[in-house]
Structures are given as C-alpha cells and as structure tokens.
Design a protein around this ligand. Sequence first.
Ligand SMILES: Cc1cc2nc3c(=O)[nH]c(=O)nc-3n(C[C@@H](O)[C@@H](O)[C@H](O)COP(=O)(O)OP(=O)(O)OC[C@H]3O[C@@H](n4cnc5c(N)ncnc54)[C@H](O)[C@@H]3O)c2cc1C
Ligand code: SF4
Length: 325
Amino acid sequence: MKPFVYQQPKDIKQASALAGQGWQKAILFAGGTDVLGLLKDGVETPEALVNLKSVDGLQGIEFSKEKGLTIGALVTVAEIAEHPDIKRYFPALAQAAAETASPQLRNMGTVGGNLCQRPRCWYFRGDFDCLRKGGDECFAVDGENKYHCVIGGGPCFIVHPSDLAVALLALDAELTIVSQKGSKTVPVAKFFVLPEDDPYRENILFPGEIVTKIHVPFAGEEQVSGYLKFKERDVWDFAVVSVAASLKIKNSKIVEGKIAFGGVAPKPWEEKELNERLRGLEVSEQNLKMLKSLALKDAEPMQQNAYKVPLARNLLGRLLLQLSG
Ligand SMILES: Cc1cc2nc3c(=O)[nH]c(=O)nc-3n(C[C@@H](O)[C@@H](O)[C@H](O)COP(=O)(O)OP(=O)(O)OC[C@H]3O[C@@H](n4cnc5c(N)ncnc54)[C@H](O)[C@@H]3O)c2cc1C
Ligand code: SF4
C-alpha cells in the first residue's frame, strides 16, 4: 500500500479544502469500510486520507412530521436500521439498511460512505487497467459479466452497489453537499451519473465536495414502503438485484408511488413509464402483472446476466403484493 498522510480536520471547510486538492491527492474517510479495501487493492492511491469523523455537525437523526427525516452523513448504517421513526415511517430505508453487509460493517459504515462507495466490478477491484481506471477497454464486455448491469450501461457496465441509495431514490430523498464554495441540495435522482456521462466517477461530486446530510420528506401516514434484496449468500452480500417502492394507497387505488431498482444499472434505477403508470392504478392481480411486465422492458442483458430481468420483475411483484396488503 502506498504511504499516506492522515488528516483530521475539525470543520467542514477545512475538510473540503484538504479534499479539494484532487482525486489523486486526497480521499475522504468516514467508516473506512470501502476506502481501506480500495487502498489495499491499489485502486485508490491518494497522498492523504481526510478523516470526516473529526468534523463537527455530520451526526444525528432528526424526525418530525412537519420537517421530515434528516440524517447526518456520519450516521451509521446500523443506526438507520434500528431507528424507531425510520422503521415506522420509512420502512424501505430501515429494511435496506438491515440488508446491508454484515453487523460489523453496518456498525462502522456510514450513510455518506454507503452512497459514495465505489463499484465492486472484479476487474475494477482487481489488477486490471480497465476503462473506469483510465484504460481503454471494459473487460466485462467479453469477460465475466454475471453481476454486471442489464440497462444503462456503456462504455462501462458496473452496477451501483449501494442498498441505501435504492431506498432513498424511491423515497424521493435529497442530499446536502457542502464545499468551500457553499452548500447545495441535490435530489438522489440527480446525484448518480451514468458511464456515458462520466465513465470514471459514479456521482456528481467534485474533489472537495462533501455530502453532509440526507433529507427524506414525510409523505403522510398513508405512505407504505419496502425494500427487497436478492443476494446469493444469506450471511452478507451485495444485491444481485433489489427493489424499493413507496406507495400511497387509498380505497384500493395507488394515489402515487415510486419504484427503484438496484443491481441492474450503473446507478440506482427508476423507470419513468413504470412510475407514471402507478398513479391512479387499481390494485388488482392484472395490474400488478402489467407493472411487472413493464419493468426493465428496455434491458439489454450481457452474455451471462439475462437472469436479472425476470428476477427484478418477480421481486417487484412480491414487493407490490406485500405493500398492497
Ligand atoms: C465485505 C463487504 C460487504 C459489503 N456489503 C454491502 C452491501 O451489502 N450493501 C451495501 O450497500 N454496501 C456494502 N458494502 C459497502 C460498505 O463499505 C458500505 O455499505 C458502507 O456504508 C460504506 O461506508 P463507510 O463510512 O465505511 O465509507 P468509507 O469507506 O469511509 O467511504 C466510501 C467512499 O465514500 C467517500 N465518502 C465517505 N463519506 C463521504 C461523504 N460524506 N461525502 C462524500 N464522500 C464520502 C469516500 O471518500 C469513499 O470514496 C460492503 C463492504 C464490504 C467490505
Ligand atoms: S464494467 Fe466498468 S469497472 Fe468493470 S471492467 Fe468494465 S469499465 Fe472496468
């Protein structure tokens, strides 16, 4: 591992200044569960680690029906999984957190780090100079692509690994991003980028920009939500496919709702047509079948991953059945 300097800024401006020197110069460090692997594997070779844990104001979970839910970027995945208001009013998020990694990793890993973690593609993590690392070839195209994306890919075919991002997308969450230039709020739907827009990074952050908090609007007592994840090993594993949905159902009709998928695309994935069809839809077996058939209808699977399409549709069907009682 390349030697690095360990920096402990006290406030966000200092952290932003230290991290703002460039991707090659410095990397933010929260729980470290992803960063340490990246350093050990030589995927990231920064000169400095900027420890966010020494920065004030990034902690805490606050909830009120008027203001909704606010989660500090350093809140751990375990705290989210166990928080009574999140379990009660935002079950999709609590379930996604409970499904994330292992108890040890949930206790160390933060929500900010979860959203900003790097892809798990084995070529990217391994000793391959692939396109995302500045090379000129995506080895997954003709290689082992069982776990890669089925939609939204090209020229790189990663899937985004975050469980929380999928639930936060379905819940219409927003992120606050702070840098030396000031602060801005960005919907989760606009935070992640496709490889066609930037094949080297997974989100819109520039060096020195830091996610400081996550806000989830409270959509009323009648909102129901949930998260289902298919993984190969039950102990802990990344999602092969996952789905989150939030719905408002009144008198057996979906008033409004949003569905998001994980494990299928380079970013947490939502489908406009599918989500538009939810509004005003009678909850019936026939309509749930129709929704399933719309999901990922434009998918272009790779050689080894066509199984993800029926898997995603069946997970969606199961989740909608659960939520519609
Ligand atoms: C064995 C294993 C299994 C895992 N399983 C899962 C899983 O099932 N589901 C899942 O979702 N994840 C999984 N993970 C990923 C796990 O690392 C994250 O879930 C964890 O939440 C990352 O948080 P962290 O605080 O440790 O991030 P760190 O490792 O500290 O940081 C991760 C990345 O985010 C950046 N970063 C951190 N905080 C911020 C911030 N506030 N603003 C901007 N950038 C920031 C860092 O610079 C770094 O690039 C797994 C990891 C391992 C090692
Ligand atoms: S999918 Fe992306 S990260 Fe994986 S080998 Fe291809 S370019 Fe590299």
